[in-house]
Design a protein around this ligand. Structure first.
Ligand SMILES: Cc1ncc(COP(=O)(O)O)c(C=O)c1O
Length: 470
């Protein structure tokens, strides 16, 4: 449980601290205990600590002990004394927040004051993430004797990622893993390694715009294969691949962004076989694989069905976007080519974050339960309230992912976004996700991976804007 109420009662704090053990001086046990609660995100910036008098009574410690503990917290920057109003928790450096993922890099709109950004949505960091950083700091001395460059990734992390694939049913060697600065970087790197500049690349449309833009920027000629809320059209894909002339295909079989659809094993196998049959390089983006919300789907990574497939993974949605880490799982035959390109883009990811990610994958592989539960509740709430307010919209409830892909009764998505913008609500109209430069004006992506308060404020504004343009 996180505590964000303004006053933290002494009893509550005592319960969160647990029993004092060991030889540590009482004041230092108390101040370190509170600091850990802050670092672990369990007590938030701005929370008022119990008065010294209350804590004396609750913990049975002397007033001097409590005073000294609070003083130590202040000296370390984790608390401040407010004249006449007690001691308040603070985070050194303050609470910054923000950091929303840009959809279509370079064209991000600025959020007006008090506005709501429904163009992006990603889970926030799991509780306790900062303590992983603290533990990674303890491991850092083992690395600072060296120069710190690991162009293909820390050996430890590459090993842990490979083991995770094996656990998911896809035997993988650490030499097949190349750590990147996120999945987008992985897609860009892989494409540069395997694609001729003017290659024709097939992608389901809608798709994740940053990857499509990256491929296009490399010189790829993008071709669209329609996908709707019913999921991938495998027969259509087979037919398109059979027509020939395609160099690569971008595949998002796991809670596709933005439709939220999941492809079952049978479809994965057919798709992978068609790619192999027609000599088309598959690039599988499994960024969203862990975002299942109802039950864990019994699917294998798509690369299980085709040994030449390149897979791209990410820490952004499963753990935290701020880690800025992802990876490529390369077929053995392509490892050399991808390694070469990797070294032309940058010379490796930060050591500290890689240590953090190694521990996260080893100790808690996957999305943590509170994050999943909160995403599930937001999905259900948003699906229910949009369904009630806008019954003429057709909205399927996805089994995972981060957004609803809403079918509007008229091609007014761009008009709706322009209208909502006037009220301070930023939306991405369907065309943002189109792989070729037109269409999808019947569609709107509405993310639910946002805090409940923003969602509750956004829905009436969305409804209002729709009434104006419908
Ligand atoms: C399908 C897909 N690929 C890639 C990304 C970007 O991931 P990363 O932050 O790892 O670059 C996203 C982010 O939303 C995504 O949905």
């Amino acid at each position: 449980m996180t505590v964000n109420q303004r006053h933290l009662p002494a009893r509550r704090l005592s319960g969160m601290l647990g029993q004092r053990a060991g030889e540590q001086a009482a004041y230092s046990w108390l101040s370190e205990g509170i600091r850990q609660l802050v670092v672990n995100g369990r007590v938030l910036h701005g929370t008022m600590l119990p008065s010294e008098r209350e804590l004396v009574a609750e913990l049975g410690m002397s007033r001097t002990t409590i005073t000294r503990a609070y003083q130590e917290l202040r000296e370390r920057g984790f608390a401040e004394a407010r004249q006449g109003s007690g001691t308040r928790i603070r985070i050194p450096g303050g609470e910054i927040g923000g950091g929303a993922e840009p959809l279509a890099v370079g064209v991000q709109e600025t959020l007006p004051p008090g506005g709501i950004d429904l163009t992006c949505g990603a889970p926030t960091a799991p509780l306790g993430l900062a303590s992983y950083y603290q533990r990674a700091l303890d491991q850092l001395p083992g690395y600072i004797g060296g120069m710190g460059y690991y162009p293909l990734g820390l050996p430890l992390l590459r090993e842990v990622i490979a083991e995770d694939y094996a656990r998911r049913g896809l035997p993988t060697g650490p030499e097949q893993i190349i750590v990147t600065a996120g999945a987008l970087s992985g897609v860009a790197t892989a494409a540069r390694a395997v694609l001729a500049r003017s290659a024709r690349v097939l992608a389901e449309s809608p798709s994740y715009p940053n990857s499509v833009n990256s491929l296009r920027q490399h010189g790829a000629r993008m071709l669209a294969m329609p996908i709707g809320p019913e999921g991938s059209d495998v027969a259509g894909i087979e037919a398109a691949l059979a027509r020939g002339g395609i160099g690569a295909m971008l595949c998002l079989p796991d809670f596709h962004n933005p439709t939220g659809t999941l492809l079952e094993n049978e479809g994965r196998e057919r798709w992978a076989r068609a790619l192999a049959r027609h000599g088309v390089q598959g690039i599988i983006d499994e960024t969203n694989a862990e975002l299942w919300l109802d039950e864990r789907p019994p699917v294998f990574p798509m690369a299980k069905f085709g040994e030449n497939l390149i897979t791209v993974g990410s820490a952004s949605k499963t753990y935290w976007g701020g880690l800025r880490l992802g990876w490529i799982r390369a077929p053995r035959a392509l490892v050399g080519a991808i390694n070469q390109v990797r070294a032309t883009i940058d010379l490796g990811a930060p050591v500290l974050e890689q240590l953090v990610l190694s521990m996260l994958i080893t100790e808690r592989a996957g999305l943590d339960e509170p994050t999943r539960a909160s995403l599930r509740a937001s999905r259900d709430w948003l699906h229910g309230s949009l369904g009630a307010e806008l019954p003429e919209w057709k909205i399927q409830k996805p089994g995972g992912g981060m957004s609803l892909w809403c079918n509007l009764p008229a091609p007014r998505s761009a008009a709706l976004a322009a209208q909502a913008r006037k009220a301070g609500l930023l939306l991405s109209p369907g065309a943002t996700f189109a792989v070729q430069d037109h269409g999808l004006d019947h569609w709107l992506r509405v993310p639910y991976a946002l805090d409940g308060e923003s969602l509750a404020r956004a829905v009436p504004q969305l409804v209002e804007a729709w009434k104006t343009v419908a």
